[in-house]
Design a binder for this molecule. Structure first.
Ligand code: PRP
Ligand code: URA
Length: 205
């Protein structure tokens, strides 16, 4: 259930994003661009339905997305990916799950949750740039499933082997889409080589 998105545009933008010399403004822009490219890849199997329209020359039956889509960013860094998804699927509903990782225990602490009522029947895209220990993504997926969500795709940018293993062991039916699988976590739970603290780099904190 692990998919590494190898498209050259994705890989190239990820390298720019990781660079320590990339400041907040280009970091935010690259993150949105990368997310849009990844969403293009992960929505390939979404269903279509017919729609009758008129071109300037004659009537025809075109096809449009036939999917209720709910996007769930994990606060705060996940909100940096929101614009990139909404750019391609502006009709998506958006839920929010607020989690932060306790710096000592590395366990996620929940502080906010608001999810749309469409959740049970929707294609759900859970987004967070980083899958480190896996604690935050596991918790967010637990919450979504508890609220009735079934069809979930987890989209991140950089994943650690430790986080992939932990997530897959708890949620084996949820596919993980990432742009990179990095080497390991350091003693503080940061991904190596990674890109640093995603939230801090997005928001300049
Ligand atoms: C970061 C990141 C993930 C989490 C990943 O968030 O955005 O949510 O860490 O780590 P994990 O896989 O070990 O749980 P952080 O807790 O720093 O909060 P923030 O987004 O508010 O900066
Ligand atoms: N959260 C981040 O923002 N970066 C990491 O490397 C690990 C967790």
């Amino acid at each position: 259930m692990l998919h590494v998105l190898e498209h050259p545009l994705i890989q190239s933008k990820l390298t720019l994003l990781r660079d320590v010399n990339t400041k907040n403004e280009p970091f935010r822009r690259l993150l949105e661009e990368l997310t849009a490219l990844m969403v293009y890849e992960i929505t390939r199997q979404y269903p279509l339905r017919d729609r009758a329209i008129n071109t300037p020359l004659e009537p025809m039956t075109g096809r449009v997305l036939d999917a209720s889509i709910v996007l769930v960013p994990i606060l705060r860094a996940g909100t940096g990916m929101l614009g990139g998804v909404l750019h391609l699927v502006p009709m998506a509903k958006v839920g929010h799950i607020g989690l932060f990782r306790d710096p000592v225990t590395l366990k996620p602490v929940e502080y906010y949750c608001k999810l749309p009522p469409e959740l049970p029947d929707a294609h759900i895209i859970l987004v967070d740039p980083m899958l480190a220990t896996g604690g935050s993504a596991i918790s967010a997926t637990d919450i979504i499933k508890h609220e009735g969500g079934k069809d979930i795709q987890f989209l991140c940018l950089v994943a650690a082997p430790e986080g992939i293993e932990a997530y897959a062991s708890v949620h084996p039916n949820v596919p993980i889409y990432t742009a990179a699988v990095d080497r390991q976590l350091n003693e503080k739970g940061y991904i190596l080589p990674g890109l640093g603290d995603a939230g801090d780099r997005i928001f300049g904190t």
